[in-house]
Design a protein around this ligand. Structure first.
Ligand code: FES
Length: 442
């Protein structure tokens, strides 16, 4: 295997470093030292870093990885890498580990290889080949609720089919189950700046999650849910911090936004707060390691309604443009409805008004064809009634306008709350897809 690895480049003149530091982000943040000019895959093999590989010679494409921090500390891209990586991939920081030599400190991550079994833990004869990632030892990244204890997992699976009977109570059970798992995740190298004001109202506050050494990194801006009338950026000490922490762990700056609620703030007040938060991010995120030209807006539930409206509702989109690179709508109410089956119909009336004649023009789906940026849609198998249908409707409208289906992930087993609560637990059904999308929106 080692014989296939290319010889290193000529030693770099005047290299002052005695050793460099390599952080294997997808292996729980394992950090090792190596001599300058080391081959990245060779370091991974020697130190059991966990980067997947097969050929070691630039042929198979298995060792594709992302340099989260320190891309300037890697050597020139080889022709063999261009067979596996597009120009957009290279610009986003992807390299082939077996072809990459290191001039300084780097943090590297990679996609866990899909599991081919339903067992809870990945299996491999070679420990360097396991998909440790941020994953607890018992979690299967591809299986819903695999990070939880067997009892909690069984409870979550049983709760899905009856989700809509008691949404509030079921949501509390989900948060309770994930709390201890999320509280135990490592925090080394992660930073958070809390309660920064983007407006004068007490709820116009946001938190910024970053990582030591990040520079010009992509940015996600997260808008929480709560049926327009409730909800906070921190539902509890771990959720939604878990969502942003997951991204910062992968070299992406995360912004967690709180906003004004109805009835104090009615349509389009939520979307206007999103706009104010995005404006703050564009002006200030460079100081936290983010690139203001690479902002992806993510909304969950009612937060998706506000995010979607900000991105494509002509009553809300700023005249100078929304300033976004991409949009992600998770389990969102993209159509204003007060149908009998909608458990939040009363809250919808409070935010969007009693006059149902306005509902069509105030629905995000109505403006789907106007959206001018890449979009990623996600819904859980067990949703609050109609949210999956509205997500599919939005996807269909975008597809008809563009002649191409946008990215759409339907998460088997998950419910309206766990689709977000599972982030940073070791389950990566949605997270790894979003990380790819945020790094290279298309
Ligand atoms: S291990 Fe095959 S391309 Fe790098």
């Amino acid at each position: 295997m080692d014989a296939n690895l290319p010889a290193g480049p000529a030693p770099i003149a005047a290299t002052a470093l005695a050793t460099i530091t390599v952080t294997f982000v997808s292996n729980g943040g394992k950090t090792v030292s190596a001599p300058p000019d080391s081959n990245l895959l060779r370091v991974s093999l020697r130190e059991k870093g966990g980067i997947p590989f097969k050929c070691g010679g630039g042929i198979c494409g298995t060792c594709r990885c992302h340099i989260d921090v320190g891309i300037d500390n890697t050597d020139a891209v080889k022709d063999k890498e261009r067979k596996h990586l597009s120009e957009a991939d290279l610009a986003a920081g992807y390299r082939m580990a077996c072809q990459t030599f290191l001039r300084g400190d780097v943090s590297v991550s990679w996609q866990p290889r899909p599991s081919t079994t339903s067992k809870a833990a990945p299996t491999s004869a070679d420990p360097s080949m396991t998909n440790a990632s941020t994953t607890p030892a018992s979690a299967n990244p591809d299986q819903a609720f695999s990070a939880l204890s067997p009892a909690d997992r069984a409870r979550m699976l049983a709760l899905g089919p009856v989700w809509a009977r008691d949404i509030g109570g079921n949501r509390d059970q989900v948060l309770k189950a994930y709390m201890p798992i999320l509280a135990a995740t490592p925090r080394e190298g992660l930073t958070v700046a809390r309660d920064l004001a983007y407006g004068n109202h007490a709820r116009q506050r946001l938190d910024v999650y970053s990582r030591t050494g990040l520079k010009d990194a992509p940015v996600v801006v997260f808008i929480h849910g709560g049926a327009f009338v409730r909800g906070d950026k921190d539902s509890n000490p771990e959720v939604y911090a878990n969502f942003l922490r997951y991204f910062s762990r992968h070299g992406i700056v995360g912004v967690n936004v709180e906003y004004r609620l109805a009835p104090e703030s009615v349509y389009p007040g939520g979307a206007e707060d999103v706009g104010a938060a995005v404006a703050w991010v564009r002006a200030n995120i460079a100081a936290h390691g983010g690139d203001p030209s690479r902002i992806v807006l993510i909304g969950h539930s009612a937060g998706g309604s506000h995010a979607g409206a900000y991105a494509c509702d002509p009553a809300v989109v700023p005249r100078a443009g929304h300033g976004l690179a991409g949009l992600v709508l998770i389990s969102s109410r993209l159509r204003v409805d007060v149908l009998p089956g909608n458990p939040n119909a009363g809250a919808v009336r409070i935010y969007y008004g009693e006059n149902e004649a306005h509902y069509e023009e105030r629905s995000v789906v109505t403006h789907a064809a106007r959206l001018d940026i890449p979009v990623f849609l996600a819904a859980a198998e067990f949703e609050n009634p109609y949210l999956d249908a509205y997500t599919a409707e939005f996807a269909a409208r975008v597809a008809m306008a563009r002649g191409k289906m946008p990215r759409f992930l339907h998460l088997r087993g998950h419910n309206h709350a766990s689709i977000v609560a599972h982030f940073d637990s070791g389950e990566e059904m949605l997270g790894r897809e979003l990380v790819e999308f945020v790094r290279n929106p298309r």
